[in-house]
Design a protein. Structure first.
Length: 367
């Protein structure tokens, strides 16, 4: 049996005729960039997230970059974020001319360690980027308390957590902005790239709309340095359809994760929690094992797709050598990078497929 790591066709097959009809409508209307289709999606997304504004952009990376631009950062301003995660975060920080500050993570969840975070805060700290890694909610009560105490802005990285919640409130709605990715592998995935920034601040929403359109003030003038970061109408049309099914598809991811947890409960592996109330929406189902590299090889030999997020901590990436970090600076992240492996958890995973994955993992770990 062959089981892919991700299979997006299942999520599109049942709405394929509607997708093709929406695309035809866009072509006939000759309205491909922004426009009414994007505005409709923005309004629906903002309503679902419980915020005033949603601004569609070109990608999740663009969402982070444009959010940082809102704060008019200077070279001495520091932006703190977890050292275990997406390379897009420090790259966005550097692109706006601020100073990236890595912080180590919790050894079990991989989420930002709030105690280490507080130790990294100083008079130059302007922003904390809170990543909801793998779809698991960071402790936003604790984080926001720290941020208020030190008067620091919070930007939420929700690239892997669309539809997730913390104590009943949507992830992305806590900070000055929440940043989402609609990469095809995301919980709410398009048929290409796309992103969204949500915010309750009117002024921020207005500037975000300028930033995504080259800094455009009106038909003639540009009063900010902006970007070509529009959301296109075809992505918005597809996402409009899939948004209605987000809760259901997340519920399926959670049920798949709970099945794995039951199957693996006696194994020598660190398993993710699967709490109630969408506190973990399982963009990936990621476990920790001692023989990770050997397990990856074994699964691939058995034709089972898997992923490693992330094999190299950010401070050890060659592009950041000049920042002066070295191996041993962030031991928890370095340990995780050697132990994490993600298994298929996507909605549409068939019962025989998930049984085969579980049985193969148990065979490997039981020797």
């Amino acid at each position: 049996m062959k089981v892919p790591f991700v299979r997006t066709f299942d999520q599109h097959e049942y709405i394929m005729s509607n997708i093709m009809k929406r695309i035809e409508d866009i072509i006939r209307a000759d309205s491909f960039i922004l426009g009414p289709v994007v505005e409709k999606f923005e309004a629906k997304f903002a309503q679902m997230m419980g915020v005033k504004h949603a601004v569609g952009v070109a990608s999740g990376t663009a969402a982070i970059l444009l959010s940082l631009r809102l704060l008019d950062l200077h070279p001495d301003d520091q932006v703190i974020f977890p050292v275990f995660g997406r390379v897009a975060i420090p790259m966005a920080v550097l692109r706006v001319g601020a100073a990236p500050i890595f912080v180590d993570v919790d050894p079990l969840s991989g989420l930002l360690d709030l105690a280490k975070l507080e130790g990294a805060i100083n008079q130059n700290t302007r922003v904390i980027i809170a990543t909801h890694l793998y779809g698991k909610a960071l402790n936003m009560n604790g984080l926001m308390e720290l941020a208020r105490k030190h008067n620091i802005a919070v930007i939420e990285d929700c690239a892997q957590a669309a539809g997730g919640q913390f104590h009943g409130r949507s992830l992305g709605a806590f900070g000055i902005s929440g940043c989402f990715s609609f990469n095809p592998q995301s919980n709410l995935g398009g048929i290409g790239e796309g992103g969204m920034v949500i915010t309750d601040v009117d002024e921020y929403a207005e500037r975000l709309r300028k930033f995504r359109d080259h800094g455009r003030l009106d038909e003639r003038y540009f009063d900010e340095i902006g970007y070509n970061s529009h959301m296109n109408a075809i992505q918005a049309a597809v996402l409009n359809l899939k948004l209605e099914e987000l809760d259901e598809s997340n519920a399926e991811r959670i049920e798949n994760a709970r099945f794995y947890n039951r199957q693996f409960s006696e194994l020598n592996a660190v398993l993710p929690e699967a709490p109630d109330n969408n506190a973990h929406v399982f963009n990936t189902y990621t476990i920790q094992v001692a023989q990770r590299d050997a397990m990856e090889i074994y699964l691939k030999e058995k034709k089972i797709g898997c992923g490693i997020y992330y094999p190299v901590p950010l401070h050890l990436q060659p592009c950041f050598d000049y920042l002066g970090y070295k191996e041993g600076d962030f031991p928890q992240a370095e340990q995780l990078a050697k132990r994490v492996i993600s298994l298929p958890v996507f909605p549409g995973l068939k019962r025989q497929e998930i049984n085969y994955v579980a049985q193969t993992v148990k065979e490997f770990l039981n020797g």
